[in-house]
Design a protein around this ligand. Structure first.
Ligand code: GDD
Ligand code: MN
Length: 238
């Protein structure tokens, strides 16, 4: 039996990006000896992302592209959980839909996972030839700051805690989700911290993160506040 990979793409106003990212994922995954499906979790984007997704379902087939929308913008963390409920793969890959995460890394994630039978592969911007392109100083500071604070307070032993390009064994993701409390961007960090505590085996693949060309980031002051709150919670109780 071939392994099956479910790729979760959360979207909010990604009409321009979605067709390109889907095309690229299909390109890289059809070169692998595996099965796959792409699950689009759109939160009622007003820009017509769902119409684009429906077109893609027609083009690639509804076994490859699954639109699993929600009514309104309910946050990134719960979007993954929603997508996961519909996933039939042995492995789940989560990534941003705005082309910041290049699908060329997916085969590298798969290879690395097999190499050490890892429970999780985390794409990292903070080791070896990983990096960030196109962010201003403020955004770099926020990311570095969030990582540094978490490293100091929680010592999770992974180099990129806030990144969201990852591969999980399905059962592992399920266990982690069951124990996670956060709902927004802080979800990524909590997942890795909990994974360490539960003794899961985490591998890392360096990635270059490229800031989006189309549309804008949904990260704002509230997400940062939620992050700090989440961090304090984990520091105190986990
Ligand atoms: N369904 C859904 N619901 N999707 C969402 C929501 C939401 O509430 N908020 C954001 N998204 C989608 C976006 O459409 C995009 O595909 C992806 O989630 C990431 O959102 P961005 O708004 O582009 O995030 P970013 O570029 O600022 O942040 C990236 O870097 C952060 C820090 O390193 C992401 O990778 C974050 O996950 C990461 O924490
Ligand atoms: Mn982005």
């Amino acid at each position: 039996m071939k392994a099956k990979y479910s790729i979760l793409l959360p979207t909010y106003n990604e009409k321009e990006n979605l067709p390109i990212i889907v095309w690229m994922i299909v390109k890289y995954l059809s070169e692998e000896d595996c099965d796959y499906e792409i699950i689009i979790i759109d939160d009622g984007s007003p820009d017509g992302t769902q119409e684009a997704a429906k077109q893609l379902e027609k083009i690639y087939g509804s076994d490859k592209i699954l639109l699993r929308p929600r009514e309104k913008k309910l946050g990134l963390g719960t979007a993954y959980i929603h997508g996961m409920r519909h996933a039939t793969g042995d492995f789940i890959i989560i990534m941003d839909a705005d082309l910041s995460h290049h699908p060329k890394y997916i085969p590298e994630f798969i290879k690395e996972q097999k190499k050490g039978d890892y429970d999780i592969i985390s794409g990292t911007r903070y080791i070896r030839d990983g990096g960030v392109n196109g962010w201003d100083f403020k955004r770099k500071l926020i990311s570095r700051g969030a990582n540094y604070l978490t490293q100091v307070l929680l010592r999770p032993g992974a180099s990129d805690l806030t990144g969201s390009f990852r591969l999980y064994k399905k059962g592992v993701l399920q266990k982690l989700v069951d124990s996670c409390v956060s709902k927004g961007y802080v979800f990524q960090m909590e997942m890795i911290v909990r994974a360490r505590k539960l003794g899961f085996k985490i591998g890392e693949v360096p990635i270059a993160f490229v800031d989006r060309l189309y549309g804008e980031s949904k990260l704002g002051g509230n997400e940062i506040f939620q992050f700090v709150k989440g961090l304090m919670y984990l520091f105190a109780f986990v």
